[in-house]
Design a protein around this ligand. Sequence first.
Ligand code: PMP
Length: 434
Amino acid sequence: FDFPISDLEYAQKHLSPGVGKMTNLEIEKGRGAWVWTTDGKKYLDLTSGIGVTNTGHCHPKIVQAAQDQVAKMIHAQVNIVYHRPMLDLIKRLETIMPAGLDRFFFWNSGSEAVEAAVKLARHYTKKQNIISFKGGYHGRTFGAMALTTSKTIYRAGYGPLMGGVFHTPYPYCKQCPVSIATDGKYNVDNCCNNPLLELEQLFKMGSAPSETAAVIIEPVLGEGGYVTPPQGFLKALKDLCHKNNVLLIADEVQSGFGRTGKFFAVEHYDVVPDILIFAKGIASGFPLSGIASTYDIMASQPAGSMGGTYAGNAVSCAVACATIDAMKEEKMLENTQIRGEQLMSGLRSLQKKYDVISDVRGLGLMVGVEFNPKKTDVTKIADAISKECYNRNMLLLTTSIFETLRFIPPLNVTGEEIDTALDIFERSLETVLH
Ligand code: PMP
């Protein structure tokens, strides 16, 4: 395999150009919050592979679980047999899922799990339409792509998309003086982009409840801007859905598995959805996803109508067990809360110093920093800062809609690493502004 161009150039020539790349880094090794390139450079990884390696890169317990399982059994197809890691995982999932969500279906990726949730909602309700939130990201397969509106590039030219999909505004209450009452509770009537009123109107003018199977929401808007809904909103949303006989689906693909300091973000809002979608963090980097629902809802699907070759892969399930165990044993959720506060308070101090930072928001270690483009001459400031961080050996992702950066370190990140991240972020901001 000796070619006159480098292996990287060769790969770039042969890989689909449709896959965007933030960097050209060639990664060889990862440990905790750090990755190393083949030429020995070290980077602080605040992306966790888009919120996947929640236990850090190559956590020893994860590596051990994968190695043990690979030596025993790699592929035990779920339409043919049961396998031990899945039996073990089901018991663990029951202990961490919101009450009542004790029926599971496993898939490989987040997008597939979204598709499975849509299929389940349609089958159970015998209705077709699905309502998703503007700015939401639910994946790139055909059904998921129709639900996704965080960027037109994901959809443009790929239609016709799945039918029966409607969109409604996400509550974006940044610095809104009226929607949050003094007691911190969500005041629906005062909300300026009143998302519940919009949804009610959609039920009247676009997608009748008699035709609507479900509303799907990210409990923290991910790719669309790391927006946290105001307290009380999700509860009011669930009430409105149920009043109209419509299911509520929570897409916890990014916000789940400890990312927000609780196993699932809906727990912060005291809401149990009808269907919960999980992926990413569940298996520390191995492909595994799924949905959780109630017996009533899931029992509606006839045997044989669901399944897939790799669904609930044995190695992925073994690693998922080790992931949940490590999170509990090493108190990673507690660490997420502590380090999340450290990160947010550091960023809030920077917000006081730099008026270009218009908002710092998030839950646990799912933290977004938004910039006000009117306060700077720098175009695409979030991109520019991300590039500067990269120049200083730190990986930091942007989001799609607003000028926002997202901080997604592993849940076992140390205080020192957060300080390093804050320092690199400030120095990068300074360089971009001056
Ligand atoms: N839903 C959400 C909320 C996501 O963040 C993502 C991935 N970023 C997906 C679904 C799709 O997951 P996957 O890329 O594994 O298909």
